[in-house]
Design a protein around this ligand. Structure first.
Ligand SMILES: C[S@@+](CC[C@H](N)C(=O)[O-])C[C@H]1O[C@@H](n2cnc3c(N)ncnc32)[C@H](O)[C@@H]1O
Length: 390
């Protein structure tokens, strides 16, 4: 059963709308868990032996697995169902948001929270040129003055998309990494924290909850997102600030933050923008500060089949920067921005809000171990993160 968001901006579907959303969430779970398992079996039983017969070796990387899978009917079936399920996520959510939009905008205006917009900011092409992950209008499209629909659509889509696997208020990633920092580095007490590409601030707010002494700021290029994010934070009574800003050109003085965090952000940026963001992160971090990015794990640490599986989105889900990012050497991305080579950090963590704290802590003490669940949404998931100390 899908859970309602717990804040004041949630929109309530009718019974029919909720039934439709439940169906889409179940379909997504079926594709990503059951069909994914069958597709892997098909690869191991048919595609891999055929490749070995033809080449005298196993595929060397995800690209070779992808080529070998192209003619496999189960891969095509899986891809068709998954593509349609992705479109159905938005079809099941957008009408609910549209029906509630006027009233939602009034609620946001009544309690706007802390938000600063920049009407002169040009939203970058990586957002405007495509409907990112098949989301109609991408992150930025506005349909009326002071529109909050991009925020409302995103906020109400994630539980359908992730079939309740991302936390009560789709905030498990934020909780997992804020608590990772708290438990792995008990002597580190950040006073100022930035979340770049924060969308609706769902993973920004856990930083304010985990480090209540810190000033927490979220930035995003989309006005319709930060407007919504600020009101969402206010409805939880959290004093987090949101600004419309481009992460590749941060409007903060040098040495402003102790933590620069991002989640699910880098894989939606062209490589040159990742590099620019990392240089900016290095600049705005104080000495001793931490850049930490929750992300998809790199191809060079995964088996060819697992790399192929994760890169599906790059080919079929309007995520063109996904694979170019995952093909990078992550430590090298950090050192190129100025971080010292020995200061690289990497973490694989279970989901904090689904795991007893002692188990979570024991897991992080074991260090970053990659497994079949790392970065991969299915019945469960482990989060991957990397970055560097300044
Ligand atoms: C996948 S979402 C991030 C999701 C969110 N951080 C989370 O934890 O789920 C990517 C976000 O990055 C924003 N974005 C894209 N390019 C950006 C840029 N150059 N600077 C700041 N935000 C950007 C998009 O508007 C979008 O909200």
């Amino acid at each position: 059963m899908l859970k309602d968001l717990s804040h004041d901006l949630r929109v309530s579907p009718t019974r029919d709308e909720r039934t439709r959303q439940e169906f889409v969430a179940s379909l997504r779970r079926h594709v990503l868990a059951d069909m994914a398992a069958s597709m892997r079996a098909t690869y191991e039983q048919r595609v891999l032996p055929a490749f070995q017969r033809a080449h005298g070796r196993a595929p060397a990387d995800g690209d070779e697995v992808h080529d070998a899978m192209q003619d496999e009917r189960y891969f095509r079936f899986y891809s068709a169902i998954r593509y349609n399920a992705q479109e159905m996520v938005f079809r099941s959510v957008i009408p609910v948001v549209e029906r509630n939009l006027e009233e939602l905008r009034d609620r946001v205006m009544a309690r706007p929270g802390h938000v600063a917009l920049d009407p002169a900011l040009r939203v970058p092409n990586n957002v405007t040129n495509i409907d990112v992950h098949l989301s109609p209008g991408s992150y930025h499209t506005e349909y009326q003055p002071d529109d909050v629909s991009p925020g409302a659509i995103y906020d109400n889509s994630i539980n359908v998309f992730a079939f309740n696997q991302m936390g009560r208020d789709i905030d498990d990633i934020g909780h997992s990494f804020a608590n990772y920092v708290r438990l792995a580095y008990p002597d580190f007490h950040p006073r100022s924290i930035l979340d770049a590409g924060c969308t609706v601030g769902h993973n920004t707010l856990p930083w304010a909850r985990t480090f209540p002494e810190a000033e927490v700021t979220g930035i995003d290029v989309s006005a319709g997102l930060v407007r919504y994010a600020a009101a969402r934070a206010a409805s939880f009574g959290l004093p987090v600030r949101f600004r419309q800003m481009n992460a590749t050109k941060l409007d903060f003085p040098d040495a402003t933050f102790d933590v620069v965090f991002s989640s699910m952000f880098l894989h939606e940026l062209p490589l040159k923008d990742i590099r620019a963001f990392f240089r900016e992160a290095f600049r705005v971090l104080r000495p001793g500060g931490l850049l930490l990015n929750m992300e998809l794990p790199p191809n060079n640490r995964m088996q060819p089949y697992d790399g192929f599986y994760l890169d599906w989105d790059s080919y079929y889900n309007k995520e063109p920067w996904y694979k170019p990012f995952r093909d990078q050497d992550y430590p090298q991305l950090c050192t190129a921005a100025g971080f010292a080579p020995g200061n690289f950090v990497e973490a694989v963590v279970p989901r904090y809000t689904y795991t007893p704290e002692a188990g979570f802590e024991a897991h992080i003490r074991r260090g970053a171990r990659f497994g079949s669940r790392t970065g991969r949404l299915g019945e469960e998931i482990e989060w991957y993160g990397f970055g560097a100390w300044k």
